[in-house]
Structures are given as C-alpha cells and as structure tokens.
Design a protein around this ligand. Structure first.
Ligand code: ADP
Ligand code: GLC
Length: 491
C-alpha cells in the first residue's frame, strides 16, 4: 500500500478556517482505512499545538536559509491511526489565531517565508534528507500554501510523485519578485513556465505547473477552471495541463456530521426519527431570538462572508426576503463591509433575521439541524461542504448551480420530484431576483409537507461519505507514480 505525505495548511480539529480543514482532517483517515500509510504534515501553529493531544519530538534538522533548526513533533490525528507531524518553528508559527491573517484580517507579512518553510521541510522529509527513515511514494499537497512543494520536488532526482489539489483557485499566494529573491528559490523558477505570473511570484503555479497530477474538488469545477470566467487568469495553463487534471468530489466526515449522534444538537434524529428535527428548530429560534413558530420557513447561512459565497446577492435580496413569512439565521465572518451590513439589517428585522458574526462550530451544527432550508448562492464553489451537511441533516439546500453545488444538489423540477430524485433547489443566474425566485419555489414546496418531506428524505439517502472517493485518490496516486516512472528524464 502506498506511503503518502499529506501536506496542508489547516486540518480539523487542529485548526480550521474553512472546508480545506475538513478535507485535510477527514481524507487521510479515509485513506488509512484503505490501508494506506498516511502522514499529515501541518505547521505547528499555537492553536494546532493546543489541540493536538500528546506529541513527542522525533526529528530536528536544519533548513537552508534558517539560522535555527526546525523540529517535527509526532502525534495522532484524533480518532484515527493517521500519524500527525507538526513542523515546529516558533518564529513562523507560534502566534495566536488565524493561520493566514492577523486580528485585523491582514495577511501576516511573512506568509511567503512561512509557507516556503513548510514546503522546504516537506521536500526534505519527502526526499529522506532528515533523520526520519520513512520516505513517501506520493506527496499530496493542497492549495497555494503548499504550491512550492511540487516545484521544489521537480528539481530533485529520485523523488516521490506529487499530487496537487486545488480547493480554491482564487487564492493564489502572489508575492513580489523581491520576495522571490529573498526566499532564495532556484533562479530557474522565475519564468512564466514556472512561478512567474504577470511580474509576480505565484505559489499556486508551483503546484499547477509541476505536480504530476492535478485534482480539484468537483468534476464541474475541474471543467469551469479551464474557462476564462472561472480560471482566475490561470485557465490557459489549466487547459494546457488538462490531461493531468481531474475532479474528485469531496467526501464528508460522517462521524463529525451525523444528526443521529451530534452532541451539539438539542435532539438527535435520523430519517426514521425525523420528527426530532423540529426540537432543533424550536431551540434554534429561541437561541437566536427568532419568533417561535414551527410553521415558519426558517433558512440558514453558514460561511465565510466573502464575495465567493454570494453574500452580496443575499444582501440585495434581503428586503424582499423579509417581506415574506420567512426567517433567516446567518453565521459567518469575513469582510467588514458584509459584517457591518448584516448586523445593521438584523437590528432592523428583530425576530425574523438573526446574525451572528464570528466562528462558532457549535452554532454551525445547530443551524444545519435547526433550519428548514440552507442558502448557498455562491458565485463559484469548488465543492462546498455545507450543502452536503444540509443533505445529511434533512435540510434542503437552495444553491446556485456552479461547481460542486451543481454536482451534488438535484433540482426539485416536476420531473425530478416525480422520479423521487429531487434533493434541493438549484438556480442559475447570479442575481438577487433569481435567488428570491428560488426561495419562492422553496416556500411553495414547504407549503406541501408531503413533498417537502420527500425531498428531505431523498437528500438524507444520498451517500457523500469518503468511501469510494478515497479509492479514487488511491487510483490517482498510482497513476501519478506511473507517470513519474514513465517520464523521460529532464521533462
Ligand atoms: P469554504 O471552504 O469555501 O469556506 P466549504 O463549504 O467547503 O467552504 O466549507 C466551509 C466549512 O467551514 C464548513 O465546515 C462550515 O461549517 C465551516 N464554517 C464556515 N464559516 C463558519 C463559521 N463562521 N462558524 C463555524 N463554521 C464555519
Ligand atoms: C475551498 C472551497 C470549497 C471547498 C473547500 C474544500 O475552500 O471554497 O468550495 O469545499 O475548499 O475542498
């Protein structure tokens, strides 16, 4: 079975800002369940150290360019047999809060050296250049923070294969030429066929250009990013590498997201005990100061408050939504303009609109369980996890038909309803009017309890656990290894 070094910048339950953490925390155990030997490498952020459980130092080594050596702490990823390696270098990682930004939401000024260090250490581990004897067959990297790994590996002889997964092409890790020089990267990497991107250094290009295999987190997003509309300026490169690129839909951690055993809920429930979902709605209405009424259609939003998620569409549609007999519960944090606007609107609609700004794992679970419908009007969505959690929780997703949303939610058309296939509501145009029309469709379905229940149950029957998707990754790792073996030298 293959040996995999999994390199990421966040992983649940150690540290999380979004879906990447959910995947980095759940795919390695799913691979281990298929008997793969997986080691997960993360920076030893202060929070990660706090949540990691028992750790022991297992290696210390010098990384070129650093005055002090780095350490590897070893532990276990919670509830799994996956070996966790935390890369300790306090000047880079021992700071409070978010891994990428400071308390004011500004990127840490030393992000380039922080994530270059992660890459360099990963490459040294991958090439067996430390005292650790374990050498991987494949290095699996995620998003721009790990983009330099495939680029640096490609410079080495006798290297493992590299796989790079794009979770979000919009975040690219762009830095100046001066930073490129200061990092001491091989000069050959400063080329438009390598890291250079319109005069800047792009970390993500390191992955996109050099990885043996590229994946993204849904088949539709894999196609979309090859077009100018979704390609963020990199669509040409992705078309060029199309034969190496595929989409594997994300799976969910069915231990963490399971309404039958979710400790955050007021009452657990399942398809057979669906009536218990109502207790969660009542509790949520009470907790958030919404008018108590089991009949009112209650919609939820949980997510980063950024343009990607279509928060502007929700804001534009809010006046219309509030004219209807609908309640809305929003939990999120992100751009200050959205946070301020939402807080202001909540004050204008007491009992109907509840807004909680911040990151709150417990409330995220309680919203998934307590609401009737879940809004995701994303402008783009590589995969999206909340619609998958919604389906599992008998909460009907109302989504824009892009990326992973298009791949996972089946629209309640008359035909799909008749065939018992509908799992949610899908709309297409990125406009407030289209969002309101979708909500109106939800409302009319909600007035028909039999149909609404049918959609809930069809959603709950879908299987979005890792199962077969972990096998898809194992297949992909094998093909990356094959590709590397068959590749003529120097290409
Ligand atoms: P993205 O990775 O683009 O943010 P996803 O839908 O893939 O979007 O994943 C988001 C994850 O982060 C989900 O697990 C969601 O519940 C969680 N999340 C996002 N914002 C919050 C928040 N404010 N509080 C709690 N959980 C949040
Ligand atoms: C990204 C994407 C999201 C995806 C997540 C995990 O943050 O925005 O759509 O679900 O990564 O792959």
């Amino acid at each position: 079975m293959p040996k995999i070094l999994f390199v990421a910048s966040e992983a649940h339950p150690l540290i999380k800002t979004g879906g990447l953490a959910d995947i980095a925390g759940s795919l390695p155990p799913a691979l281990a369940a298929q008997r793969a030997d997986v080691r997960l490498l993360l920076p030893a952020y202060r929070d990660a150290l706090k949540h990691a459980g028992t750790l022991k130092p297992i290696a210390q080594f010098a990384v070129p360019g650093l005055a002090q050596s780095v350490q590897i702490f070893e532990g276990k990823l919670s509830n799994s047999s996956v070996t966790l390696w935390l890369l300790d270098f306090p000047p880079a990682y021992d700071r409070p809060g978010n891994p990428y930004v400071d308390a004011h939401g500004r990127p840490w000024p030393d992000n380039a050296p922080r994530f270059a260090l992660l890459a360099r250490a990963a490459v040294m581990l991958a090439l067996g250049q430390t005292s650790l004897r374990w050498k991987p067959d494949v290095v699996h990297c995620h998003d721009w923070q790990t983009g330099l790994v495939p680029a640096l590996l490609a410079q080495a002889e006798n290297r493992p294969a590299s796989v790079f997964t794009i979770h979000n092409l919009a975040y690219q890790g762009l830095f100046s030429y001066q930073t490129f020089v200061a990092l001491g990267l091989p000069a050959a990497l400063w080329s438009f066929e390598a890291l250079e991107f319109y005069g800047q250094m792009s970390f993500i290009k390191g992955g996109l250009v050099f990885a043996d295999r590229l994946t993204t987190v849904s088949p539709t997003y894999a196609r979309e990013i090859q077009t100018p509309e979704f390609g963020c300026g990199l669509d040409g490169l992705l078309r060029y590498r199309a034969d190496r690129l595929s989409g594997i839909l994300n799976g969910i951690d069915d231990e963490v997201w399971n309404p039958a055993q979710d400790a955050y809920l007021t009452k657990c429930y399942s398809a057979r005990r669906l009536f218990n979902k109502l207790a969660n709605k009542q509790a949520l209405q009470q907790e958030l100061g919404l008018t108590s009424n089991p009949q009112t259609l209650l919609l939820g939003v949980v997510g980063r408050l950024v343009q990607q998620k279509g928060i502007d569409l929700i804001l534009d549609a809010l006046a219309d939504i509030m004219q209807r007999p609908i309640q809305l519960a929003i939990l999120g944090s992100g751009e200050t303009v959205y946070e301020t606007a939402l807080r202001k609107l909540a004050a204008q609609h007491p009992g109907k609109l509840a807004v909680r700004i911040g990151y709150d794992e417990r409330l995220a679970h309680r919203i998934e369980a307590g609401v009737d419908g879940f809004l995701m009007p994303s402008r783009f969505e590589p995969c999206g996890l909340n619609q998958l959690y919604s389906l599992r929780y008998g909460t009907i997703p109302i989504v824009r038909g892009v990326g992973g949303l298009a791949d996972t939610v089946i629209d309640a058309t008359e035909k799909n309803l008749k065939a018992n296939k509908a799992t949610g509501i899908v709309f297409h145009e990125a406009s407030a009017a289209a969002l309101v029309a979708a909500i109106d469709r939800a409302q009319s379905l909600h007035r028909n309890p039999r149909l609404w229940k049918q959609i809930m149950l069809t959603g709950m029957r879908q299987d979005f656990t890792w199962g077969s998707r972990a096998l898809d990754y194992l297949k992909l790792y094998r093909s990356a290894q094959r590709h590397l073996r068959d590749k003529p030298k120097g290409v």
